[in-house]
Write a protein that binds this ligand. Sequence first.
Ligand code: SF4
Ligand code: SF4
Length: 467
Amino acid sequence: MSKNERSIKSQENFRNRLSSVDDKGKRIFIFPKLIKGRFYKYRTYFSWFLLVIMFGLPFIKYNGRPFIMLNVLERKFIIFGTVFWPQDFILFLLAIISLILFIILFTVVFGRLFCGWACPQTVFMEMVFRKIEYWIDGNAVQQKRLAKAPWDGDKIKKRLLKYTIFIAIAFIIGNLLMAYIVGVDETFTIITSSPTENWTGFMLVLAFTGITFFNFAYFREQTCIVVCPYGRIQGVLLDQKSIVVAYDHQRGEPRELPKKQRSENAGDCIDCYACVDVCPTGIDIRNGTQLECVNCTACIDACDEVMDKIHKPRGLIRYASEHDIEHQKETKINARAIAYSIVLALIVGILSFLLTTRPEVQATIIKSRGTLYSVSDDNYVKNVFNVAIVNKTYDEFPIELKMSDDWNARLKVVGNQIVVAPESITEGIFYLEIPMDKLPQKSTEVGIQVWSGNKMIEEVDVMFLRP
Ligand code: SF4
Ligand code: SF4
């Protein structure tokens, strides 16, 4: 297909179908050209920094506990050394709302900056797996040729080498994910012991490895285009003033091939397709902002190189808003961004307050299932209760239960004294006996105090029943 035909087809079709899917709905595997340029260099440095953080975080410990642990299996979360429990649900909800608002605000102002620079999918794909692919399979043209080539000795050797390295890295990433869930020590135990000793852990590591390998070896940009919910909501988040990777159509159009005699009104774009050839999602940014664009900046670098060669100023493709390009002026903050900032500040404020005043020990007391009451010979009414105490601290301490009002009540814990273990939920049963004449109604609210030493931790109201 000639460049002109390719250009017309691209402009006509880009809204009707994905660039990585052909007319028959079959996947078109993309072989982007290796980029060189300042943004690629900065992204490489930033990726190293992120990789060090990603791999280093699970190893950091605080008070002998992981600094970060997101144990969704046991619903136990440690964030910055602080243990969170299902009882901290409201904090979690607020944290998630804050995060969603932050993402919205950030995207309204800076577009998909996160996708191109910090998303683990982009970092691993472009800075780890793609680099290995260039090293083994060669440049984009060689990669295409190899993909079409018959399975001869050279192809088998290259594929074996590439996929062995990919699987090894996927296994490391699988273990990294596991370390974020159960901690490094537990992950180490899982991978060094027999699978039969921890089937769940072993299967999870295998599943993470398999999904990672499939994602980076085959699925690739489809994750950003089809799976990632963040990518799919771009249409409602971006506005005319969002800063995105954009083609300056005012300057570039009408595009013309670099013939000896270019027409007088020809734009700076020479229709060389360098920007399309480096795009990892296979799109033509000259068609405008598109759902597939992950703002990876590859097209900026490619076009800047072209502009250098034809002695035109850089920045035909650059970080800019559509509004800036249309009106040739800079606008960075808009009213929507300010409104989001105020809401975000409020929520972060509430979240910080709740975090700093969050109780470290919480008690829940409920009536034992299937029990009502019984009456003793000395006319005391007896109710049985279950108590659950969540200890979010790293300390162990005994618990004593008392009644708030002095009603000549008798409170007896079943079994030994309740001793709350560190970072755990301790459960117990106790019965409470209150003289019948102190209970005016069939159902009376009574207060139970939870004490540790001479410190009252909490007071819980429960309903006490009598005949
Ligand atoms: S790299 Fe620049 S000059 Fe070449 S087609 Fe893209 S926008 Fe036009
Ligand atoms: S259009 Fe440019 S910034 Fe967007 S994904 Fe393609 S190369 Fe990256």
